[in-house]
Design a protein around this ligand. Structure first.
Ligand code: CU
Length: 445
């Protein structure tokens, strides 16, 4: 949300490269952070290669997610726990855990990065975290707040309250933490965003297949834009010229023209899409697909989906660091994982692989352990025809999948899978089809 800063940064970068100055000024491509609701983790996604680099475990139920305007910190709430985790993006590790009220839902961050607002669904309150101290500095009563939007001037927050009989947009003065007004609603608000010019609020309602546009000057409903079934997260490009909203039913990203409030197009994405992340130049959008376990990478200049990337179980929220969009064209690479199509279940034929998922504890030592989203050891040498067992010691399901050689399908937590090493000597690369960044090698002699 700092287009001017972004432009300056790009100018400096370009100048530096042209003059052949030291490379340390080169900015890293922005990373996206994706909350994996069923993996209890945040995936770190490299937008230059469209691959997951790492998965960071956080407490149960990753829900809200924001990144500071300088890109340095990511805040993630866990709705099954009462905490907000702070991720240092320079190391991609959790460096602080902030206690908040029970069942925190959505997060929002002020444009200057000084405060993170927490929708405290279970405590009927919105809390503010000061990002300098990572302490809660105020709290205000709002019944069952779910998601929050902040105006571009950083002064006002709109919190969508979902409580029966008190469905509303609560208006909060961010400096004081006081509620200054409320817009009553007759349906539960889902997700919301303020237009870049600060003039109106776009929001979605449970059970209403239209995007709602509230004039923030008059606080009256300006118009409704009919969109696909079960609309969810709305977002604007930073220049305000393009609006978009998730339509969960058809699995699409619906586009609208903010000048005329008319729907102008629709882009097919995955199954049960949830949230939109965008590069700060508005060049690329990333849509999480909760039920197909992947992210659709969308080139907004020609509105094409350039890649569909498996990222983990039940991706919901996504944020993208500020910075130049560097989304890779999907390589027509030999890397089978990056070309997996949405919904392509890992159920292919597995010729030659004797396979059965069985309780792990019944027989001897396992050859591969799966833990913390990694295979251990990374590589193993066996003889042709030898039994090789994979034991899943993680809390989430994984697979071991080697294209054209074997596919375990899902190995549940605490279970194992035993295969017979292929008869043909060679090096067999394998991965987890749910978390394609998990890779390993079986060397058959
Ligand atoms: Cu996995």
């Amino acid at each position: 949300m700092h287009p001017s800063r972004f432009v300056v940064g790009l100018g400096l970068l370009a100048g530096t490269l042209l003059s052949g100055a030291p490379a340390h000024a080169a900015a890293a491509p922005p990373k996206a952070y994706i909350g994996l609701f069923k993996d209890n983790a945040v995936a770190v996604f490299d937008t230059s290669t469209n691959t997951v680099m790492k998965t960071i475990p956080i407490p149960t139920g990753p829900h809200g997610l924001v990144v500071t305007p300088d890109g340095r910190w990511v805040y993630a709430s866990s709705d099954g726990d009462s905490v907000v985790s702070v991720i240092d993006t320079s190391t991609d590790s959790v460096t602080d855990t902030i206690q908040v009220g029970t069942t925190p839902h959505g997060l929002a961050i002020t444009p200057d990065g000084s405060k993170v607002l927490v929708a405290g669904f279970g405590t009927d309150s919105v809390e503010a975290i000061d990002t300098g101290s990572n302490q809660v500095v105020w709290q205000v009563n709002v019944p069952q707040p779910h998601n929050i939007a902040i105006t571009p001037d950083g002064k006002t927050a709109y919190a969508g309250g979902q409580a029966d009989g008190a469905q509303q947009l609560a208006i909060i003065d961010i400096a004081s933490g006081a509620e200054t007004g409320s817009v009553p609603l007759d349906h539960a608000p889902r997700a919301l965003n303020v237009s870049p010019d600060g003039e109106y609020l776009a929001y979605t309602l449970a059970g209403v297949d239209a995007l709602q546009i509230l004039d923030l000057g008059t606080r009256q409903l300006d118009t409704q834009i009919p969109v696909g079934v079960s609309p969810h997260h709305p977002l604007f490009t930073p220049d305000g010229k393009l609006g978009m909203v998730i339509a969960q039913g058809p699995g699409s990203l619906d586009l609208f023209d903010p000048a005329t409030f008319t729907r102008t197009g629709s882009i097919k994405v995955g199954t049960m899409p949830h949230w939109i992340g965008m590069t700060s130049d508005g060049g690329w959008a990333y849509v999480t697909n909760e039920n197909s376990n992947d992210v659709s990478v969308i080139n907004l200049s020609d509105r094409s989906v350039t890649a569909t990337v498996p990222v983990g179980n039940a991706p919901r929220k996504i944020v993208v660091q500020p910075g130049a969009s560097a989304s890779a064209a999907p390589a027509a690479s030999s890397d089978a994982m990056s070309t997996q199509t949405p919904g392509a279940a890992a159920s292919g034929a597995t010729p030659g692989a004797a396979a059965n998922t069985a309780p792990a504890t019944t027989t001897g030592a396992s050859d591969f352990s799966i833990a913390s989203f990694a295979f251990a050891p990374k590589s193993l040498t066996v003889k042709a025809g030898q039994s090789v067992t994979f034991t899943n010691n993680d809390a989430v399901a994984h697979t071991t999948t080697s294209p054209n050689a074997w596919d375990s399908s899902e190995i549940q937590p605490g279970s194992s899978y035993t295969l017979t090493a292929p008869p043909t000597p060679g090096t067999y690369a394998f991965h987890c089809s749910i978390h394609p960044f998990m890779t390993g090698t079986l060397i058959v002699q």
